[in-house]
Write a protein that binds this ligand. Structure first.
Ligand SMILES: *Cc1c(COP(=O)(O)O)cnc(C)c1O
Length: 394
């Protein structure tokens, strides 16, 4: 059955303030304003700005939070991925298994080591790496499996680790969207061999600028990352390997130390938003997020799927509901990879997902009233879809 799409109810409404922003980062900063100002002032007055007591404190707090033996602060999520791959011995000629659908940073981290990202299609229900497809992608060059806990939904870590062990591979998790997510009762952060974190401001745990970290139980990985993040220096001015400059700075560490104790509460508010969407949209013809058995998601994003995605998005924008798309174009169709260097042909599941996904407003500071407004606007859009006669389902 074909559908005729409604136009926006009242286009002139789009002029003015957004009623439901996609994510308003000011609200998190407002909630913690005095603590954040106090923490940054402490650093300003300390006279020590890179790799000091604040970084050590946050590393210890965050390792404790995720239940890993080590946490090493670095400059960004990308750096955490890139440096972790290097400590795992990944380099030119090697292959790393990555999800076909992820933010391009996951792929770029592999490419920057000189290795090739090998794309594996997702489970279309959870959007996460489909363990049933991983073994076909393993070759004699494969070194690492790199699952992403996309949208804050935990990937099937049990099965992924089993496959890795069976083939002698390491597992590096991209947990940039999964602070506080769990898998079978354990927090993401010590499930595979190492876990890369981003604290980009919009993440569930976000700094006031760029920041990242790696958590791991492996002493050697942690040690090597500490060396690589600081010009390859084991001790000052003793540069044993060609390292990088990717250090977590004291101000960001101090900010993250203030925000970490709030993470569970903020995630609980995300759960409430997600549950409200799931309950109120259960009977409408859009695809809602599916939570895998064993997973407790961090609800970084609330992603629905709709054939008329672009029309729905335009309609919601006119109703002053701001949405986003994660992501409009899969990495393999980006200019950066179009010329090849990723090892495969067409990725049909990812293509379809990218054409249909829409991220609804989501965050700890979204009010119940705002959630209800989003739901009502979606319902109005869907109610106006008129069946077009004489057209058949493609
Ligand atoms: C944000 C993000 C990254 C990159 O983190 P940065 O801190 O911006 O470098 C990597 N992977 C995923 C899945 C992300 O969402």
């Amino acid at each position: 059955m074909g559908l005729r799409l409604p136009g926006p109810a009242c286009p002139q409404q789009s002029v003015g303030v957004t009623k439901v922003p996609f994510l308003d980062l000011r609200l998190a900063s407002e909630e913690l304003e005095s603590e954040l100002l106090e923490a940054t002032a402490r650093v300003v007055r300390s006279g020590w700005y890179v790799l000091g007591a604040e970084v050590e404190r946050f590393e210890s707090d965050f390792a404790g939070y995720v239940g890993a033996r080590h946490c090493v602060g670095v400059g960004s999520g990308f750096d955490a991925l890139h440096l972790a791959l290097r400590t795992m011995g990944v380099g030119p000629g090697d292959e790393v298994i990555v999800p076909a659908n992820t933010y391009i940073a996951t792929w770029l981290a592999v490419s920057y080591t000189g290795a090739t990202p090998i794309a594996v299609e997702p489970d279309p229900g959870t959007y996460n790496l489909d363990p049933r497809r991983i073994e076909d992608a393993i070759s004699s060059r494969t070194k690492v499996i790199l699952p992403v806990h996309l949208y804050g939904q935990t990937a099937s870590m049990g099965r992924i680790c089993e496959i890795a062990r069976h083939h002698g591979l390491l597992v590096l998790e991209d947990a940039a969207q999964a602070h506080g997510a769990q898998w079978e009762g354990r927090r993401v952060g010590c499930l595979g061999d190492a876990t890369a974190w981003s604290f980009y401001p919009s993440k569930n745990l976000g700094a006031l600028g760029d920041a990242g970290a790696l958590t791991t139980d492996e002493d050697e990985i942690a040690h090597q990352i500490r060396v690589l993040r600081n010009y390859g220096a084991r001790t000052k001015y003793e540069n044993t390997v060609k390292g990088f400059n990717s250090r977590l700075d004291e101000i960001q560490a101090a900010v993250l130390t203030v925000k970490l104790p709030k993470l569970d509460e903020w995630n609980a508010r995300r759960v409430a938003v997600a549950e409200s969407y799931l309950r109120q949209l259960a009977d409408v013809p859009i695809v809602l997020p599916e939570v895998a058995t064993g997973a407790v998601p961090a609800w970084h994003l609330f992603v629905v799927r709709c054939r008329q995605r672009d029309e729905l998005r335009a309609y919601l924008a006119a109703e002053m509901v701001e949405t986003s798309i994660h992501y409009p174009v899969p990495p393999y169709r980006q200019g950066a990879y179009r010329a090849g260097g990723w090892g495969g042909g067409e990725l049909k599941i990812s293509d379809a997902i990218h054409q249909q996904v829409l991220s609804l407003p989501m965050g700890p500071h979204l009010s119940e009233e705002q959630v209800d407004m989003v739901v009502a606007a979606i319902r109005r859009f869907l109610a106006k879809l008129e069946p077009v006669t004489g057209e058949s389902e493609p």
